[in-house]
Write a protein that binds this ligand. Structure first.
Ligand SMILES: C[S@@+](CC[C@H](N)C(=O)[O-])C[C@H]1O[C@@H](n2cnc3c(N)ncnc32)[C@H](O)[C@@H]1O
Length: 223
């Protein structure tokens, strides 16, 4: 006599499949994942960024759920450096430039690896904003900035802390970095290294309730 009917076996197999598909990783705190997972910052070629910008893959950055981080960056600029000269590293299509155009900043330069993103940024003709195609890892300037922003770009730099240390030479005395990163395991290990190398003046965690997405935005300065 069979112990289980065919239906019971199919039912059990379905249940096991469901359990295996359960996203257990979602319930492990980011700090624990950061400690156990290897660091995985990977650079992406300019050709791929261009393709992605041309196909509209990054248009979601202009949607409501991203508003929190742009507004916190704007708020930090107003609070710490209201008349700042701003360098926006990895500026994409210049969304932050739009936000900052409502503030009394003295100048804005956005640089990005992607020529397609910079072309879109220039089309938006934000008064006083300058945009340039440049790879931050090779970027050199004689200009000084009061605020250097890394808004959702550090994941794509193999050694973000080294790039920031190098760019610290372009900070005016008392200048600050503003860093925004989506709250996830790889980001947590980057934060650890940034906090070891820079002094954190402030940090905000943004939670977009409908999507469950979170970001950390921090103000740092060279030690
Ligand atoms: C996720 S997007 C963020 C865009 C923009 N900061 C925003 O939040 O609206 C990351 C941007 O970093 C740029 N990027 C990646 N690696 C770069 C590099 N080495 N130098 C300059 N820009 C880079 C990409 O082209 C892309 O526009």
């Amino acid at each position: 006599m069979a112990l289980f009917t065919a239906n019971e076996l199919v039912g059990t197999a379905r249940l096991v499949k469901k359990i295996l598909e359960w996203p257990v990783h979602k319930f492990i705190p980011v700090a624990i994942k950061a400690a156990i997972l290897p660091r995985r910052n990977t650079s992406i070629s300019d050709q791929r960024w261009n393709r992605e910008y041309q196909s509209g893959e990054w248009e979601f950055l202009s949607t409501t759920k991203e508003v929190g981080r742009y507004s916190v960056i704007l708020g930090y600029c107003l609070h710490f450096k209201p008349t700042a000269r701003v360098l926006d590293v990895g500026c994409g299509t210049g969304i932050l430039a739009h936000w900052l155009s409502s503030a009394a900043i003295s100048s804005y330069l956005g640089i990005d690896l992607s020529a397609a993103a910079i072309e879109k940024a220039r089309q938006s003709t934000i008064e006083g904003a300058e945009f340039a195609v440049a790879d931050v890892t090779a970027f050199k300037t004689s200009r000084l900035f009061d605020v250097i922003v890394f808004n959702e770009i550090l994941y794509y730099l193999r050694t973000p802390e080294d790039e920031m240390r190098r760019l610290a030479q372009s900070l005016a005395p008392g200048g600050i970095f503003i860093v925004s990163m989506w709250h996830h395991a790889d980001g947590a290990s980057t934060w650890k290294r940034l906090r070891a190398g820079f002094e954190e003046l402030d940090c905000v965690r943004i939670a977009h309730t409908p999507s469950g997405l979170k970001w950390n935005v921090a103000v740092l300065r060279p030690r």
